[in-house]
Design a binder for this molecule. Structure first.
Ligand code: IFM
Length: 471
């Protein structure tokens, strides 16, 4: 983790670098974040930053198809150019390193690296090799996600995640990538947020491929988890020194009242958001309450599938953003009851750091085999503007400080949390919300591709520099 953070200090707002501004980020002296081995990094994903969708043999993905359909993405935005990272990756890594960030979580675009017959695409593979080699040279710990939602369109044309065969194709893809990239990856995550792929993609249609059927969602989830389970042993054989895991987004559901019905609604919310993924992975079974919520949607599960899915993990990645206040819908489920007067982000999501702590401590009680945890995403969107060359993202600074305090509290309560990745390194294509929602700690001007380090990133860099100096 030997980054030279000095470069960014040449670009810091003068008041921050001289220490004349109160520092609203630095964690208290007793925080676990001061531990040198607590990894602090930033995350991105291929379709959200790379652009270059038609270059060097990359095939179409479901997000190319989906975003081209009118009305699916805000303002008709697509990932065709995004942050142009495919061409600007060297400068982006310099920027990451100059901030002193110790870890980088990226994803690989499946349609860039193999064709429909499974033949490797050398140009696509070389892009990731160059990228990962440079990260290693910089001493940055690499977390690589194999699937962050950009399924090759040719697989969707054969049923996508509704087709069991996609899970086997994913294992082939994992095999290729881990043979090609072994030694440059510190940690492999098979999937990012299977909840989003299954529910938003096949359950309510807000994401690609845009299908809306609860039964589809449960079957897609099963095949996603099976894909994960089939890939893990392949990764273990090809790249034994790396860690293997999966990344789940988790949601806090709180009851709108003390009534038994609302308490049950909050429980079902968390079953649908958390247990649907974590129970099969960590208990080898789907939570039966899920099928109370969605009667008759049990997926087709073949003998041995649950054993495959629940093989031990080296780490669990957790992505957390907000909580949802819910009430009973009067039937089997829950309905959102948005609270008034609470702090929200540009996404309209409530800022609720306690939810992260409470979920993590709850998982430790529920899952006796809970693997070590990395917070693989946490952050917020705000309508950031560049003024005189600076972006003063005050709400984000406070958001990050409070969520890192929640992580510290969970660590002190005994949860084994080893690192935290900011979402995101830079503003990017926020799926159905296009480029309007800015999650980065670095601002991107999409008309010029100019990157401007936001004040939040300056303060993270300042903290990391201090921590390094003390080590
Ligand atoms: O931008 C996404 C990311 O791709 C997955 N997790 C949530 C982020 C914010 O919505």
């Amino acid at each position: 983790m030997a980054n030279d953070a000095s470069a960014v200090f040449d670009t810091l707002s003068p008041a921050v670098s001289k220490g004349s501004l109160a520092d609203p980020f630095t964690p208290p002296a007793d925080s676990a974040l001061w531990r040198k081995n607590f990894l602090l990094g930033a995350a991105t994903a291929s379709y959200q930053i790379e652009g270059a969708v038609d270059e060097d043999g990359r095939l179409p993905s479901i997000w190319d198809t989906f975003s081209a359909k009118p009305g699916k993405v805000l303002a008709g935005d697509t990932g065709a150019v995004a942050c142009d990272h495919y061409h600007r990756w060297e400068a982006d890594i310099e920027m990451l390193a100059s901030l002193g960030l110790e870890g980088y979580r990226l994803s690989i675009a499946w349609p860039r690296v193999m064709d429909a017959a499974g033949v490797p695409n050398r140009k696509g593979l070389d892009f990731y090799k160059r990228l990962l080699n440079r990260l290693k040279e910089k001493g940055i710990t690499t977390f690589v996600t194999l699937y962050h939602w950009d399924l090759p369109q040719h697989l969707e044309d054969r049923g996508g995640w509704l087709n069991r065969d996609t899970a086997y194709r994913f294992a082939d893809y994992a095999d290729l990538m881990s043979r090609e990239l072994a030694g440059t990856v510190d940690a492999w995550a098979t999937l990012n947020e299977p909840w989003c792929s299954a529910y938003l993609g096949y359950g309510n249609g807000h994401h690609a491929p845009g299908l809306a059927n609860d039964r589809f969602a449960t079957q897609a989830m099963h095949h996603l988890l099976l894909a994960h389970g089939l890939a893990v042993p392949v990764l273990r054989v090809n790249d034994p020194a790396s860690q293997k895991g999966i990344v789940a987004n988790i949601g806090r559901g709180t009851p709108n009242s003390d009534s038994a019905a609302d308490q049950r609604a909050a429980h079902l919310f968390e079953v649908q958001h958390n247990a649907w993924i974590l129970d099969p992975l960590l208990k080898g079974a789907y939570p039966q309450d899920l099928f109370e919520l969605w009667p008759g949607t049990e997926p087709l599960v073949l003998d041995g599938d649950m054993e495959t899915i629940s093989a031990p993990l080296d780490f669990l990645g957790i992505n957390y953003y907000f909580r949802t206040n819910v009430a009973s819908d009067g039937a089997h489920g829950f309905r959102d009851v948005p609270l008034e007067g609470v702090e929200r982000t540009q996404m309209g999501w409530e800022v609720y750091p306690d939810g992260l702590r409470d979920l993590l401590t709850g998982f430790k009680k529920t899952y006796h085999n809970l693997p070590p945890i990395y917070i693989t995403e946490n952050g917020m969107a705000s309508d950031d503007q560049v003024t005189d060359g600076h972006v003063d993202d005050t709400q984000r600074i406070s958001f990050l400080k409070r969520h890192l305090a929640a992580v510290d509290q969970a660590i002190k309560a005994g949860v084994d949390i080893r690192g935290y990745f900011l979402w995101s390194l830079m503003d990017n294509f926020e799926w159905a919300f296009g480029y309007e929602r800015r999650f980065g700690v670095v601002h991107v001007d999409y008309s010029t591709q100019k990157r401007t380090v936001k004040r939040s990133a300056e303060l993270v860099a300042k903290f990391l520099k201090e921590r390094k100096a003390r080590a």
